[in-house]
Design a protein around this ligand. Sequence first.
Ligand SMILES: [Zn+2]
Ligand SMILES: [Zn+2]
Length: 471
Amino acid sequence: MLKILADAGCRSVRALRTRRQSWLAGFANCDALRNLRCLAAALFVGASFVLRAAQPSAGAETAKWVDDNLPQLTELYVKLHQAPELSLQEVRTSELLAAELTALGAQVTRGLGGHGVVGTVENGPGKTVMVRADMDALPVVEATPVPYASKVKVKDGSGAEVGVMHACGHDIHMTCLVGTARYLIAHKDQWSGRLQILFQPAEERGAGAKAMLDDGLFKKLAKPDFALALHVDATLATGSVGCRAGYTLANVDSVDITVKGRGGHGAYPHTTVDPIVQAAQLILELQTIVSREISPTDPAVITVGAIRGGTKHNVIGDKCELQVTVRSFTDEVRSHLLAAIRRKALAVAAGARAPEPTIVVSEGTPAMYNDPALTGRLTPVLKKALGNEQVVDSEPSMGGEDFSEYGRAGVPIFMFRLGAVDGRRLARYREMKIEPPSLHSALFYPDPEGTISTGVIAMTASVLDLMAPDK
Ligand SMILES: [Zn+2]
Ligand SMILES: [Zn+2]
Protein backbone atom coordinates (compact mmCIF):
# COMPACT_ATOMS: atom_id res chain seq x y z
CA MET A 1 0.00 0.00 0.00
CA LEU A 2 1.05 3.55 -0.51
CA LYS A 3 2.45 5.37 2.45
CA ILE A 4 1.48 8.89 3.39
CA LEU A 5 3.83 11.59 2.25
CA ALA A 6 5.13 12.51 5.67
CA ASP A 7 6.73 9.06 5.84
CA ALA A 8 8.41 9.49 2.52
CA GLY A 9 11.02 11.77 3.96
CA CYS A 10 10.87 14.51 1.35
CA ARG A 11 11.75 17.72 3.08
CA SER A 12 10.10 20.05 0.59
CA VAL A 13 6.82 18.19 0.59
CA ARG A 14 6.85 17.98 4.34
CA ALA A 15 7.47 21.72 4.41
CA LEU A 16 4.56 22.20 2.04
CA ARG A 17 2.33 20.30 4.42
CA THR A 18 3.54 22.31 7.40
CA ARG A 19 2.96 25.54 5.51
CA ARG A 20 -0.57 24.39 4.68
CA GLN A 21 -1.29 23.81 8.35
CA SER A 22 0.06 27.17 9.51
CA TRP A 23 -1.73 28.88 6.67
CA LEU A 24 -4.95 27.17 7.68
CA ALA A 25 -4.56 28.47 11.22
CA GLY A 26 -4.71 31.97 9.79
CA PHE A 27 -8.14 31.21 8.43
CA ALA A 28 -9.53 29.86 11.69
CA ASN A 29 -11.57 32.98 12.35
CA CYS A 30 -12.64 33.64 8.80
CA ASP A 31 -16.33 33.74 7.99
CA ALA A 32 -16.07 31.01 5.43
CA LEU A 33 -19.10 32.01 3.42
CA ARG A 34 -18.33 35.70 3.22
CA ASN A 35 -16.41 35.50 0.01
CA LEU A 36 -15.22 32.98 -2.48
CA ARG A 37 -11.64 32.99 -1.30
CA CYS A 38 -12.73 32.12 2.21
CA LEU A 39 -15.07 29.52 0.82
CA ALA A 40 -12.24 27.96 -1.09
CA ALA A 41 -10.18 28.11 2.07
CA ALA A 42 -12.85 26.32 4.06
CA LEU A 43 -12.98 23.58 1.47
CA PHE A 44 -9.21 23.40 1.43
CA VAL A 45 -9.28 22.58 5.16
CA GLY A 46 -11.27 19.48 4.35
CA ALA A 47 -8.86 18.28 1.75
CA SER A 48 -5.56 19.29 3.25
CA PHE A 49 -5.33 16.44 5.70
CA VAL A 50 -6.28 13.88 3.11
CA LEU A 51 -3.13 13.29 1.19
CA ARG A 52 -4.39 10.17 -0.55
CA ALA A 53 -8.11 9.68 -1.07
CA ALA A 54 -8.03 6.58 -3.18
CA GLN A 55 -5.47 3.81 -3.05
CA PRO A 56 -5.18 2.40 -6.56
CA SER A 57 -4.75 -1.35 -6.74
CA ALA A 58 -2.12 -1.24 -9.48
CA GLY A 59 0.55 -3.80 -10.15
CA ALA A 60 2.68 -3.94 -7.04
CA GLU A 61 5.87 -2.78 -8.74
CA THR A 62 4.33 0.30 -10.35
CA ALA A 63 2.51 1.21 -7.14
CA LYS A 64 5.66 0.92 -5.08
CA TRP A 65 7.65 2.95 -7.60
CA VAL A 66 5.01 5.69 -7.63
CA ASP A 67 4.93 5.65 -3.85
CA ASP A 68 8.70 6.02 -3.62
CA ASN A 69 8.84 8.73 -6.29
CA LEU A 70 5.74 10.76 -5.45
CA PRO A 71 7.57 13.32 -3.28
CA GLN A 72 9.92 14.23 -6.15
CA LEU A 73 7.03 14.33 -8.63
CA THR A 74 5.00 16.55 -6.29
CA GLU A 75 8.01 18.81 -5.96
CA LEU A 76 8.21 19.05 -9.77
CA TYR A 77 4.48 19.81 -9.88
CA VAL A 78 4.86 22.68 -7.40
CA LYS A 79 7.81 24.03 -9.40
CA LEU A 80 5.81 23.96 -12.64
CA HIS A 81 2.75 25.42 -10.94
CA GLN A 82 4.75 28.38 -9.65
CA ALA A 83 6.33 29.12 -13.04
CA PRO A 84 3.43 29.12 -15.52
CA GLU A 85 3.95 30.48 -19.02
CA LEU A 86 1.32 31.65 -21.50
CA SER A 87 0.68 29.91 -24.82
CA LEU A 88 3.54 30.34 -27.32
CA GLN A 89 5.80 31.59 -24.51
CA GLU A 90 6.74 28.21 -22.99
CA VAL A 91 10.48 28.93 -23.01
CA ARG A 92 11.56 27.93 -19.51
CA THR A 93 9.03 25.10 -19.24
CA SER A 94 10.29 23.47 -22.44
CA GLU A 95 13.91 23.96 -21.33
CA LEU A 96 13.21 22.25 -18.03
CA LEU A 97 11.47 19.32 -19.72
CA ALA A 98 14.15 18.96 -22.41
CA ALA A 99 16.77 18.82 -19.64
CA GLU A 100 14.70 16.16 -17.87
CA LEU A 101 14.45 14.06 -21.04
CA THR A 102 18.18 14.44 -21.73
CA ALA A 103 18.99 13.33 -18.18
CA LEU A 104 16.77 10.28 -18.72
CA GLY A 105 18.81 9.34 -21.80
CA ALA A 106 16.10 10.07 -24.39
CA GLN A 107 17.02 11.40 -27.81
CA VAL A 108 15.65 14.94 -27.60
CA THR A 109 14.21 17.01 -30.46
CA ARG A 110 13.48 20.65 -29.60
CA GLY A 111 11.87 23.64 -31.27
CA LEU A 112 9.12 21.68 -33.05
CA GLY A 113 6.21 23.99 -33.84
CA GLY A 114 7.61 26.66 -31.53
CA HIS A 115 8.60 25.34 -28.12
CA GLY A 116 7.57 21.71 -28.70
CA VAL A 117 9.85 19.01 -27.26
CA VAL A 118 9.93 15.29 -28.04
CA GLY A 119 12.03 12.68 -26.29
CA THR A 120 12.43 9.42 -28.21
CA VAL A 121 13.47 6.18 -26.54
CA GLU A 122 14.32 3.23 -28.80
CA ASN A 123 13.95 -0.08 -27.01
CA GLY A 124 13.93 -2.92 -29.47
CA PRO A 125 11.25 -4.06 -31.95
CA GLY A 126 7.60 -3.22 -31.52
CA LYS A 127 5.05 -0.45 -31.77
CA THR A 128 5.70 3.27 -31.67
CA VAL A 129 3.64 4.89 -28.90
CA MET A 130 3.43 8.63 -28.36
CA VAL A 131 2.36 10.10 -25.01
CA ARG A 132 1.58 13.80 -25.04
CA ALA A 133 1.29 16.50 -22.38
CA ASP A 134 0.57 20.18 -22.94
CA MET A 135 2.72 22.92 -21.38
CA ASP A 136 0.87 26.24 -21.51
CA ALA A 137 -0.95 28.18 -18.79
CA LEU A 138 -3.71 30.82 -18.87
CA PRO A 139 -3.99 34.58 -18.27
CA VAL A 140 -5.77 34.14 -14.93
CA VAL A 141 -4.88 35.67 -11.55
CA GLU A 142 -4.77 32.69 -9.21
CA ALA A 143 -7.16 33.00 -6.26
CA THR A 144 -6.80 29.52 -4.76
CA PRO A 145 -5.89 28.97 -1.12
CA VAL A 146 -2.87 26.77 -1.86
CA PRO A 147 0.39 28.03 -0.34
CA TYR A 148 2.22 27.50 -3.64
CA ALA A 149 -0.21 29.64 -5.68
CA SER A 150 1.26 31.34 -8.74
CA LYS A 151 2.25 34.97 -8.35
CA VAL A 152 3.53 35.29 -11.91
CA LYS A 153 2.60 38.35 -13.94
CA VAL A 154 3.64 38.97 -17.55
CA LYS A 155 2.76 41.19 -20.46
CA ASP A 156 0.30 39.68 -22.90
CA GLY A 157 0.29 40.19 -26.68
CA SER A 158 -1.28 43.66 -26.31
CA GLY A 159 1.30 44.79 -23.73
CA ALA A 160 -1.12 44.66 -20.78
CA GLU A 161 0.07 43.04 -17.55
CA VAL A 162 -1.78 39.82 -16.76
CA GLY A 163 -1.55 37.16 -14.07
CA VAL A 164 -0.59 33.68 -15.24
CA MET A 165 -1.94 30.46 -13.77
CA HIS A 166 -1.98 26.77 -14.59
CA ALA A 167 -5.78 26.87 -14.32
CA CYS A 168 -6.28 23.96 -16.74
CA GLY A 169 -4.02 21.51 -14.94
CA HIS A 170 -1.36 21.27 -17.63
CA ASP A 171 1.21 21.26 -14.82
CA ILE A 172 -0.37 17.99 -13.66
CA HIS A 173 -0.22 16.62 -17.21
CA MET A 174 3.49 17.42 -17.51
CA THR A 175 4.22 15.92 -14.09
CA CYS A 176 2.33 12.72 -14.92
CA LEU A 177 4.21 12.37 -18.22
CA VAL A 178 7.57 12.90 -16.52
CA GLY A 179 6.58 10.26 -13.95
CA THR A 180 5.51 7.85 -16.69
CA ALA A 181 8.76 8.45 -18.62
CA ARG A 182 10.90 8.00 -15.51
CA TYR A 183 9.17 4.71 -14.72
CA LEU A 184 9.33 3.33 -18.26
CA ILE A 185 12.98 4.25 -18.75
CA ALA A 186 13.86 2.68 -15.42
CA HIS A 187 12.02 -0.51 -16.42
CA LYS A 188 13.01 -1.12 -20.03
CA ASP A 189 12.71 -4.87 -19.52
CA GLN A 190 8.92 -4.47 -19.25
CA TRP A 191 8.32 -3.08 -22.76
CA SER A 192 9.64 -3.11 -26.28
CA GLY A 193 9.37 -0.64 -29.14
CA ARG A 194 9.77 3.09 -29.62
CA LEU A 195 8.43 5.51 -27.00
CA GLN A 196 7.83 9.15 -27.92
CA ILE A 197 7.41 11.55 -24.99
CA LEU A 198 5.89 14.73 -26.41
CA PHE A 199 5.50 18.08 -24.65
CA GLN A 200 3.27 20.34 -26.70
CA PRO A 201 3.00 24.12 -26.60
CA ALA A 202 -0.04 26.38 -27.08
CA GLU A 203 -2.90 23.95 -26.45
CA GLU A 204 -5.06 26.77 -25.06
CA ARG A 205 -4.78 28.58 -28.37
CA GLY A 206 -5.70 25.43 -30.28
CA ALA A 207 -2.46 25.99 -32.13
CA GLY A 208 0.30 23.82 -30.69
CA ALA A 209 -0.56 20.39 -32.08
CA LYS A 210 -1.14 21.79 -35.55
CA ALA A 211 2.10 23.77 -35.36
CA MET A 212 4.06 20.64 -34.44
CA LEU A 213 2.40 18.63 -37.22
CA ASP A 214 2.96 21.43 -39.75
CA ASP A 215 6.60 21.51 -38.64
CA GLY A 216 6.98 17.90 -39.74
CA LEU A 217 6.49 16.07 -36.44
CA PHE A 218 5.56 12.82 -38.21
CA LYS A 219 8.18 13.30 -40.94
CA LYS A 220 11.17 14.24 -38.81
CA LEU A 221 10.15 11.59 -36.27
CA ALA A 222 8.28 8.32 -36.76
CA LYS A 223 4.50 8.48 -37.05
CA PRO A 224 3.24 6.60 -34.00
CA ASP A 225 0.94 3.58 -34.05
CA PHE A 226 -0.96 5.01 -31.07
CA ALA A 227 -1.07 8.32 -29.20
CA LEU A 228 -2.20 8.75 -25.60
CA ALA A 229 -2.95 11.71 -23.34
CA LEU A 230 -4.84 12.53 -20.17
CA HIS A 231 -6.65 15.63 -18.96
CA VAL A 232 -7.55 16.56 -15.41
CA ASP A 233 -11.25 16.63 -14.54
CA ALA A 234 -12.44 19.16 -11.95
CA THR A 235 -15.54 17.13 -11.06
CA LEU A 236 -14.02 13.65 -10.80
CA ALA A 237 -12.51 12.34 -7.57
CA THR A 238 -8.82 11.60 -7.29
CA GLY A 239 -8.15 7.91 -7.80
CA SER A 240 -10.65 7.74 -10.67
CA VAL A 241 -10.40 8.13 -14.41
CA GLY A 242 -13.11 8.65 -17.03
CA CYS A 243 -13.21 6.99 -20.47
CA ARG A 244 -15.42 7.37 -23.50
CA ALA A 245 -15.12 6.12 -27.06
CA GLY A 246 -15.94 8.36 -30.02
CA TYR A 247 -16.67 12.09 -29.76
CA THR A 248 -15.67 13.40 -26.34
CA LEU A 249 -14.80 17.06 -26.91
CA ALA A 250 -16.09 19.69 -29.26
CA ASN A 251 -15.12 21.54 -32.40
CA VAL A 252 -13.88 24.89 -31.11
CA ASP A 253 -13.86 28.06 -33.20
CA SER A 254 -13.06 31.60 -32.11
CA VAL A 255 -14.85 34.42 -33.89
CA ASP A 256 -13.76 38.07 -33.67
CA ILE A 257 -16.47 40.50 -34.75
CA THR A 258 -15.78 44.20 -35.11
CA VAL A 259 -19.10 46.04 -35.21
CA LYS A 260 -18.68 49.37 -36.97
CA GLY A 261 -20.49 52.70 -36.61
CA ARG A 262 -19.94 56.41 -36.91
CA GLY A 263 -18.83 58.13 -33.74
CA GLY A 264 -19.85 61.45 -32.24
CA HIS A 265 -21.21 63.22 -29.16
CA GLY A 266 -23.27 61.16 -26.75
CA ALA A 267 -25.74 64.04 -26.53
CA TYR A 268 -26.49 63.93 -30.28
CA PRO A 269 -27.00 60.23 -31.03
CA HIS A 270 -29.12 60.99 -34.10
CA THR A 271 -25.96 62.24 -35.83
CA THR A 272 -24.10 58.97 -35.20
CA VAL A 273 -24.36 55.25 -35.86
CA ASP A 274 -23.89 53.72 -32.44
CA PRO A 275 -21.78 50.51 -32.43
CA ILE A 276 -22.59 49.79 -28.77
CA VAL A 277 -26.31 49.52 -29.46
CA GLN A 278 -25.57 47.28 -32.44
CA ALA A 279 -23.34 45.07 -30.30
CA ALA A 280 -26.08 44.75 -27.69
CA GLN A 281 -28.59 43.73 -30.36
CA LEU A 282 -26.15 41.29 -31.90
CA ILE A 283 -25.40 39.59 -28.59
CA LEU A 284 -29.11 38.87 -28.12
CA GLU A 285 -29.53 37.77 -31.74
CA LEU A 286 -26.67 35.30 -31.34
CA GLN A 287 -28.59 33.59 -28.51
CA THR A 288 -31.32 32.59 -30.95
CA ILE A 289 -29.01 30.61 -33.24
CA VAL A 290 -28.58 27.67 -30.87
CA SER A 291 -32.08 27.96 -29.37
CA ARG A 292 -33.98 28.35 -32.66
CA GLU A 293 -31.85 27.05 -35.53
CA ILE A 294 -30.07 23.96 -34.18
CA SER A 295 -31.84 20.74 -33.26
CA PRO A 296 -32.16 20.41 -29.48
CA THR A 297 -30.52 16.99 -29.78
CA ASP A 298 -27.38 18.42 -31.42
CA PRO A 299 -25.00 19.97 -28.87
CA ALA A 300 -23.95 23.54 -29.69
CA VAL A 301 -22.72 26.60 -27.79
CA ILE A 302 -22.21 30.24 -28.72
CA THR A 303 -20.69 32.36 -25.94
CA VAL A 304 -19.73 36.01 -26.23
CA GLY A 305 -16.78 36.02 -23.85
CA ALA A 306 -15.51 39.57 -24.33
CA ILE A 307 -16.86 42.91 -25.47
CA ARG A 308 -14.79 46.01 -25.86
CA GLY A 309 -16.09 49.39 -27.04
CA GLY A 310 -16.24 53.05 -26.14
CA THR A 311 -14.03 55.35 -24.10
CA LYS A 312 -16.23 57.67 -22.04
CA HIS A 313 -19.79 58.44 -20.89
CA ASN A 314 -20.53 61.08 -23.49
CA VAL A 315 -18.64 59.79 -26.52
CA ILE A 316 -20.12 57.43 -29.10
CA GLY A 317 -17.26 55.48 -30.64
CA ASP A 318 -16.62 54.13 -34.12
CA LYS A 319 -16.49 50.46 -33.30
CA CYS A 320 -17.16 47.73 -30.75
CA GLU A 321 -15.31 44.41 -30.68
CA LEU A 322 -16.80 41.05 -29.66
CA GLN A 323 -14.91 37.82 -28.99
CA VAL A 324 -17.04 34.73 -29.40
CA THR A 325 -16.38 31.05 -28.79
CA VAL A 326 -18.36 28.55 -30.88
CA ARG A 327 -18.66 24.85 -29.97
CA SER A 328 -20.17 21.85 -31.73
CA PHE A 329 -19.54 18.15 -32.41
CA THR A 330 -20.44 17.58 -36.04
CA ASP A 331 -19.06 19.33 -39.10
CA GLU A 332 -22.62 20.20 -40.22
CA VAL A 333 -23.53 22.02 -36.99
CA ARG A 334 -20.14 23.74 -36.99
CA SER A 335 -20.62 25.26 -40.43
CA HIS A 336 -24.25 26.21 -39.67
CA LEU A 337 -23.21 28.11 -36.52
CA LEU A 338 -20.42 30.02 -38.27
CA ALA A 339 -22.66 30.95 -41.22
CA ALA A 340 -25.47 32.06 -38.90
CA ILE A 341 -23.16 34.30 -36.87
CA ARG A 342 -22.12 36.04 -40.09
CA ARG A 343 -25.75 36.37 -41.23
CA LYS A 344 -26.87 37.86 -37.88
CA ALA A 345 -23.95 40.32 -37.77
CA LEU A 346 -24.63 41.55 -41.31
CA ALA A 347 -28.36 41.87 -40.57
CA VAL A 348 -27.84 43.95 -37.43
CA ALA A 349 -25.45 46.26 -39.30
CA ALA A 350 -27.90 46.64 -42.19
CA GLY A 351 -30.69 47.43 -39.74
CA ALA A 352 -28.59 50.19 -38.17
CA ARG A 353 -27.43 51.75 -41.47
CA ALA A 354 -23.91 50.80 -40.39
CA PRO A 355 -20.91 49.67 -42.44
CA GLU A 356 -20.49 45.89 -42.70
CA PRO A 357 -18.75 44.40 -39.68
CA THR A 358 -15.49 42.48 -40.01
CA ILE A 359 -15.78 38.85 -38.96
CA VAL A 360 -12.65 36.73 -38.47
CA VAL A 361 -12.85 33.02 -37.64
CA SER A 362 -9.68 31.55 -36.13
CA GLU A 363 -8.14 28.98 -33.81
CA GLY A 364 -10.36 26.18 -35.08
CA THR A 365 -9.81 22.94 -33.21
CA PRO A 366 -11.55 19.83 -34.50
CA ALA A 367 -13.73 17.74 -32.20
CA MET A 368 -11.87 15.05 -30.33
CA TYR A 369 -12.66 11.50 -31.33
CA ASN A 370 -11.32 8.71 -29.16
CA ASP A 371 -10.52 5.75 -31.38
CA PRO A 372 -13.15 3.13 -30.41
CA ALA A 373 -10.83 0.11 -30.80
CA LEU A 374 -8.03 1.72 -28.76
CA THR A 375 -10.50 2.93 -26.11
CA GLY A 376 -12.02 -0.54 -25.98
CA ARG A 377 -8.59 -2.10 -25.54
CA LEU A 378 -7.33 0.23 -22.82
CA THR A 379 -10.45 0.66 -20.68
CA PRO A 380 -10.08 -2.86 -19.18
CA VAL A 381 -6.36 -2.16 -18.68
CA LEU A 382 -7.24 0.91 -16.62
CA LYS A 383 -9.81 -1.09 -14.67
CA LYS A 384 -7.17 -3.68 -13.87
CA ALA A 385 -4.68 -1.01 -12.80
CA LEU A 386 -7.03 1.14 -10.73
CA GLY A 387 -9.96 -1.09 -9.83
CA ASN A 388 -13.29 -1.50 -11.69
CA GLU A 389 -15.15 1.12 -9.72
CA GLN A 390 -12.42 3.71 -10.30
CA VAL A 391 -13.00 3.76 -14.06
CA VAL A 392 -16.17 5.62 -14.96
CA ASP A 393 -17.92 6.47 -18.23
CA SER A 394 -17.17 10.11 -18.89
CA GLU A 395 -19.76 12.39 -20.42
CA PRO A 396 -18.93 14.22 -23.62
CA SER A 397 -18.18 17.89 -23.03
CA MET A 398 -18.17 21.09 -25.05
CA GLY A 399 -14.60 21.77 -24.03
CA GLY A 400 -11.97 21.50 -26.73
CA GLU A 401 -8.56 19.89 -27.00
CA ASP A 402 -6.15 20.01 -29.88
CA PHE A 403 -4.97 16.48 -29.08
CA SER A 404 -7.67 15.76 -31.68
CA GLU A 405 -5.26 17.00 -34.38
CA TYR A 406 -3.05 13.91 -34.01
CA GLY A 407 -6.16 11.79 -34.62
CA ARG A 408 -7.03 13.82 -37.72
CA ALA A 409 -3.44 13.18 -38.87
CA GLY A 410 -4.26 9.47 -38.96
CA VAL A 411 -3.08 8.19 -35.57
CA PRO A 412 -5.51 6.24 -33.34
CA ILE A 413 -5.78 8.42 -30.22
CA PHE A 414 -7.12 7.96 -26.70
CA MET A 415 -7.41 10.66 -24.06
CA PHE A 416 -8.85 9.80 -20.66
CA ARG A 417 -10.05 12.13 -17.92
CA LEU A 418 -8.09 12.14 -14.67
CA GLY A 419 -9.89 12.78 -11.37
CA ALA A 420 -8.24 15.81 -9.76
CA VAL A 421 -10.26 16.74 -6.68
CA ASP A 422 -10.19 14.84 -3.42
CA GLY A 423 -13.47 12.93 -2.97
CA ARG A 424 -14.04 14.49 0.43
CA ARG A 425 -13.68 17.98 -0.99
CA LEU A 426 -16.17 17.10 -3.75
CA ALA A 427 -18.57 15.89 -1.06
CA ARG A 428 -18.21 19.22 0.75
CA TYR A 429 -19.14 21.08 -2.43
CA ARG A 430 -22.21 18.85 -2.78
CA GLU A 431 -23.20 19.43 0.85
CA MET A 432 -22.88 23.17 0.34
CA LYS A 433 -24.84 22.90 -2.93
CA ILE A 434 -22.20 24.64 -4.98
CA GLU A 435 -20.43 23.56 -8.12
CA PRO A 436 -16.72 22.79 -7.77
CA PRO A 437 -14.58 25.46 -9.47
CA SER A 438 -14.28 24.50 -13.12
CA LEU A 439 -11.14 24.28 -15.21
CA HIS A 440 -9.95 27.79 -16.12
CA SER A 441 -11.41 29.17 -12.87
CA ALA A 442 -9.09 31.27 -10.70
CA LEU A 443 -10.26 29.02 -7.83
CA PHE A 444 -9.54 25.64 -9.47
CA TYR A 445 -6.83 23.57 -7.88
CA PRO A 446 -6.14 19.85 -8.10
CA ASP A 447 -5.17 17.85 -5.04
CA PRO A 448 -1.76 16.98 -6.40
CA GLU A 449 -0.65 13.78 -4.71
CA GLY A 450 -3.74 11.67 -5.43
CA THR A 451 -4.02 13.09 -8.93
CA ILE A 452 -0.39 12.53 -9.90
CA SER A 453 -0.17 9.01 -8.49
CA THR A 454 -3.31 7.91 -10.34
CA GLY A 455 -2.18 9.64 -13.55
CA VAL A 456 1.21 7.96 -13.55
CA ILE A 457 -0.21 4.53 -12.72
CA ALA A 458 -2.95 4.80 -15.38
CA MET A 459 -0.69 6.10 -18.15
CA THR A 460 2.09 3.62 -17.35
CA ALA A 461 -0.34 0.69 -17.43
CA SER A 462 -1.69 1.88 -20.80
CA VAL A 463 1.75 2.19 -22.38
CA LEU A 464 2.91 -1.15 -20.98
CA ASP A 465 -0.13 -2.84 -22.55
CA LEU A 466 0.48 -1.27 -25.97
CA MET A 467 4.20 -2.01 -25.81
CA ALA A 468 4.17 -5.43 -24.19
CA PRO A 469 7.17 -7.32 -25.60
CA ASP A 470 5.03 -10.20 -26.90
CA LYS A 471 2.46 -8.02 -28.71
ZN1 LIG B 1 -7.84 24.68 -20.91
ZN1 LIG C 1 -6.35 21.85 -20.83
